[in-house]
Design a protein around this ligand. Sequence first.
Ligand code: ADP
Length: 444
Amino acid sequence: MFNKILIANRGEIAVRIIRAARELDIRTVAVYSEADRNSMHVRLADAAICIGPAKSSDSYLNISSIISAVEVVDAEAVHPGYGFLAESAEFAEICENCGVKFIGPSSRVMRLMGNKITAKKEAEKVRVPVLAWSRTGLEDEKSALEVAKKIGFPVIIKAASGGGGRGMKLVHTQASLGSAFHLARREAHTAFGDDQVFIEKYCEKPRHIEIQLLADQHGNVVHLGERECSIQRRHQKIVEEAPSPAVNPRLRERMGDAAVRLAKSIGYVNAGTVEFLVDRDGNFYFMEMNTRIQVEHPVTEMITGMDLVKEQIRIASGEPLSVRQRDVKFSGHSIECRINAEDPRTFVPSPGRITFLYIPGGPGIRVDTAIYPGYTIPSHYDPLIAKLIVHAPTRLDAIKKMTRALEEFRIEGVRTNIPLLLEIMKDHDFIAGNIDIDFLSKFS
Ligand code: ADP
């Protein structure tokens, strides 16, 4: 096992990783930008190093600064968390070349899964279903139109290197394809430095359901069931739950098998998530694979009793998985709400000083956060400030518990999306489990 790891992240996930490392008797080193001097991850780690100015590109995304920090403190491994460098194959490769363990898969596998075109091809190779698609990147408007006509409208244009719900264009008619194609390419170039785009069939009112995997260095791969992540604003998740009200044991087994098959065929190692769209007839289609820990991992932890961050660290140190597939058991229902410092209607971020804070508690409540009273939320980063997670015997009990906990949560000094999350918990369709990725559109 490692003696010391460096955490190349900030906020709640950095705190989450520090907690896991502490319990494994591993020393932790935090890195921070000038805007994060007073952050909780800096206070909780055994040591902390400033890696640059507030702007992410100068600090949390600055590979040379982070590698220098690793060398100065002599850390054996780096945990990237999610976001920032977590899916940077370049960073993973530099770690490999410097002899420091990147807590994640190999840079080769990250490159393969980091590109939606190569990822879909790998899925097809092992007969994991995908939606009809162009099967390559598209060079010009003419070939885009040909493919779209063959697939049938509506279609979605996606950036091969896309992420974070950005760079997607829904196209309903032939007439609007040309302009959408050029716009998608331009946006992809600006956002991801790669203008390659492809076309995929648009699935009407699907659910977003994903499978959590764990894979060790010895070829063992298990799945930990699914998470339902259909409650999204602008293609970004805000409420997640496990299990999904739409998944029965048979579908779970089929989706789990598909995800495990893909992971085995590419030589995947680490925690990972295979994302699927599930249509109203229960057909599922591979969308992409996330090669890192995800924001919503706690709901899986609550129903399996496992600690996914500890598992990641153990896997990276070479230990075999602590469970086999038949040992994985699910208990009860878990829901997570992402609490963002933002206007609940316009989603405009609301950074600032927290003047009063009361965190809910009681049985079955977990809050993953790095905020504290008097803390000033910087404007430079993601608006996620806390994750409220509940665990209860049934879905209805979990919704009741979540409602109670949201009502108890007090965050003053900044605006938060708690009012919107409460509306969702009280919505009849949500309570009935009638949800799809367009669910939130009725709230705007
Ligand atoms: P990103 O990597 O940017 O998150 P994804 O490919 O994972 O992009 O898609 C994000 C979200 O966009 C999905 O959760 C779903 O809501 C929607 N989406 C993506 N592809 C399709 C599709 N073919 N049909 C309908 N919705 C889609």
